[in-house]
Design a binder for this molecule. Sequence first.
Ligand SMILES: C[S@@+](CC[C@H](N)C(=O)[O-])C[C@H]1O[C@@H](n2cnc3c(N)ncnc32)[C@H](O)[C@@H]1O
Length: 229
Amino acid sequence: MSYVRRSPRMNGSQASSLVRNAPRYLIDGLAREEDREPQFAPQPPIDWTPMFGRDAPLVVEVGTGAGETLTAAAAARPEVNFVGFEVFERALGSAMILLENAGLHNVRLLHGDALSGLEFLFAPRSISEVWTFFPDPWPKSRHAKRRLVSAEFAALVASRLVDGGVWRLATDWDGYVEHILEVLTPINEFELVDTERFGLRPLTKFEGRGVAAGRTIHDFCYRVVDAHA
Ligand SMILES: C[S@@+](CC[C@H](N)C(=O)[O-])C[C@H]1O[C@@H](n2cnc3c(N)ncnc32)[C@H](O)[C@@H]1O
């Protein structure tokens, strides 16, 4: 049985998109932690070459949301294989409408938590780029431990990136800028190589709301160095 089922807050077009598009875009049949649904259970990593029908550089987006970035990037870079992680089914439904309308074949989606997913579904040194654009900010200090960017997550990203691979991030929260710098600056495996806006990143609805609220957008590109020495 498919893991994806209609959730109460899903609208009709998201639900019908899931039914129509899941066989094409959504990777099914993965082992999950039974009592912690979004989490993937230990299992052998996915062999991405047969999954895409070709060997190509792999870019993994964490927190795909409505799929605007993944769709724009995959259309602009047909020679790259893209994988998106997202915990919300309704967002996956929306993302698959964009992918379907763009007729893309170089994208697959994973429904679930990216922390356990990166650990269990990707072999070490297998990913060219990891993208984390506008992670949920969790601005209250008592919620800070829920932030996706953490020393544990950073170590995992470093281990999954190929030599010279990069982790791109963007945020519209000043507190998250500080958080990213606090977490990543002490990690010798990462070198901050760029803070210009990433050219493949379109203006998503989420970013637009930040801009409309007067917030400044910050981009980061960290390259993994000496990670596998
Ligand atoms: C603020 S939204 C940004 C969405 C998109 N990246 C954009 O720029 O519009 C953050 C997204 O990350 C997803 N997310 C949060 N934690 C996650 C996790 N551990 N694994 C996968 N997705 C996650 C949320 O469900 C949400 O869709």
